[in-house]
Design a protein. Structure first.
Length: 196
């Protein structure tokens, strides 16, 4: 009897704020999957501003190397992005810029890796513009974006309780549907790669 295949999704929030809705959304996402697929939450905290002089003189920072290794060890990447000024958050773009250095490392870190993008914002459209702005970046890096569903939550009030758990049942249902759909896509991608 074969053992069930276990898959790991690495989740990254595009916000450094400790009370971030996007970070809480990732934590809630981690609780809706079966034992075969789990979400581990990484962090971009501690990654310095990209500086080509630092890269040339000191190499890739340890915090970047550690995050690269976590992405490589995972089967897929789940981004929970805020939307700032109709676009992507600078802190996460900075982290992705570091993760793509040196360019020869891009295939190892991002190449062929399934990527899903979700997000929450207090704006009426949620994070639609930020999600759209991420797509050309991940295409350039060789990731495989998932288009099976969309989760761009517009927050009216606070759907989380004091412990950071979702109390809005509609958002919880949408989140569960989104994450399970992405998990199914990851499984399909793996089967395709094994039989290609």
């Amino acid at each position: 009897m074969s053992l069930p295949v276990r898959r790991t999704i690495l989740g990254l929030s595009g916000s450094l704020r400790r009370g971030s809705f996007n970070t809480m959304l990732l934590r809630e996402a981690a609780g809706v999957l079966s034992e075969q697929t789990r979400i581990e939450i990484g962090s971009i905290r501690g990654i310095p501003l990209y500086d080509g002089d630092v890269e040339c003189q000191q190499g890739i920072p340890e915090s970047v190397v550690a995050l690269k290794n976590r992405i490589v060890a995972a089967d897929a990447l789940l981004i929970s992005t805020p939307e700032y000024n109709h676009s992507i958050p600078g802190v996460l773009k900075n982290a992705i810029d570091w993760l793509s250095r040196p360019p020869s490392d891009i295939p190892r870190v991002f190449g062929g890796r399934p990527v899903a993008i979700m997000g929450a914002s207090i704006t009426k459209r949620g994070t639609l513009l930020a999600q759209a702005a991420w797509l050309p970046i991940f295409f350039r890096l060789g990731g495989v974006p998932w288009f099976g569903d969309q989760l761009a939550i517009s927050l009216t009030g606070n759907p989380f309780d004091a412990e950071g758990h979702l109390v809005d049942e509609m958002i919880r249902w949408r989140l569960e549907s989104f994450v399970k759909g992405f998990a199914a896509f990851i499984a399909e991608q793996r089967r395709y790669c094994l039989h290609a």
